[in-house]
Design a protein around this ligand. Sequence first.
Ligand code: ACO
Length: 333
Amino acid sequence: MRLLTNDGTHDEMRPLVQLKAIFSKQLPKMPPEYIVRLVFDRKHVSLALFKGSMGKGKVVGGICFRPCVKQRFAEIAFCAVTATEQVKGFGTLLMNHLKQCVKTRDVRWFLTYADNYAIGYFEKQGFCREQTIKKEQWDGYLKDYDGATLLQCEIHSEIDYTDTKGMLRRQKENIYRMLAEKLGAKVVHDGTKEGHRLDDPFDVPGVQSAGWTKEFVERIESEQRAITSLQSQLKSILDDLMNTKFVWPYLKEVDAEKYPEYRNVVKDPIDLNIIRARLESGVYYTTKRIFRDEIKLMCENCKLFNVNPLSQYHMTALKVEEFVMPRLAAIDI
Ligand code: ACO
């Protein structure tokens, strides 16, 4: 793994040319001239992953980024791994090394416009749609891309990103230790006899005495099934809402620059981008009421800021409520 910048030397240019070829191939929608311009631009840096020895090895992937140190963020311009090496963990390895590397430059956020089909990868690297970086901090420093989603990843200085496996192992050990202390789990049961097959997990020595019962497990499973079913119905309502003509004011957060007084009036802003991300997380909307309250809050916010009932914004709020509430009421969970 090596950081590369265009300093005009053969040593840097050779791998940069290889990396540019990978970006061009893996990101066919990006104009090749644009990729060349950014990869060889001296404000951009690329982290390249080599296969084979560093000097003679071949570049198999990389991330091209532009650090905005004053603004404390770095924009990821391109990220790709050569086709034959994808889904082997190299993309994760690259991102972890990049986090570790920018940490020392006091960069606290990554921002990137991700292609929709790569969002899954970025989410697994800790990127999300919700932003903790203030818009004023990046506005005007980032190029807008059509058909791409702006994602953010916060970088924590206390994490050693090159040792994520060790960190997870230690966390797991700590959780087990704390649980054992809390549950007073000091009894060590004999294991099952070798070759003896158990058909019922409740026959495993210690399972029942630890308080597990079939009824309890069935209840948890049935609750989980109900939540999954609820969320799929909420998704369908949200998808239908997104296709209506009156939903446009709610698709993104209200532009604080355009409406500077908005944050003074609306104390708890929310929009459909946030609601969708929460729904996609699978853990947030565990009841219909939580979802309903957030849609209601979104509409109330709109009415509060646009008090005139005849204003087009106020009217869209009424329409959203009219659209969503009966559909929610019809969900039988
Ligand atoms: N969509 C959803 N999930 C994905 C994707 C994807 N496109 N690619 C990888 N993942 C998942 C993997 O399944 C894996 O999941 P797991 O941890 O549960 O097993 C996880 O993400 C990490 O996968 P890696 O093997 O570490 O990633 P990989 O080496 O394949 O690199 C990358 C990911 C860079 C997206 C690669 O697949 C690629 O080059 N794709 C084509 C180019 C591209 O789409 N780049 C991003 C465009 S946006 C931009 O550049 C700003």
